[in-house]
Design a protein around this ligand. Structure first.
Ligand SMILES: [Cu+2]
Length: 86
């Protein structure tokens, strides 16, 4: 299981996360400040939506069976990040 962590601190750091196709993967979000409007993260492409409590890790399994670029964003779809599977 490959785990990649995105720190949420007024934006997504890093903004782009890459996984290898076919490898079991988990995307972890950790919100460390209440800057911005990032208390919710969502992805229609990757089929998740959840609140991000401060200083807690929230993780989602990522389906890496198909190569591609998948978006995620804050609750208002303003701040965006990308998951690349290749
Ligand atoms: Cu927002």
């Amino acid at each position: 299981m490959v785990k990649q962590t995105v720190i949420v601190d007024g934006g997504y750091q890093p903004q782009t996360v890459t996984f290898k196709q076919g490898e079991p993967a988990e995307l972890v979000f950790k919100r460390v400040s209440d800057r911005g409007c990032l208390d919710v993260v969502q992805s229609g492409d990757l089929n998740f939506k959840a609140a991000l409590p401060l200083n807690q890790e929230v993780s989602f399994p990522i389906d890496t069976s198909a190569a591609g670029e998948y978006g995620f964003a804050c609750g208002m779809d303003m701040v965006k990040g990308t998951v690349i599977v290749k």
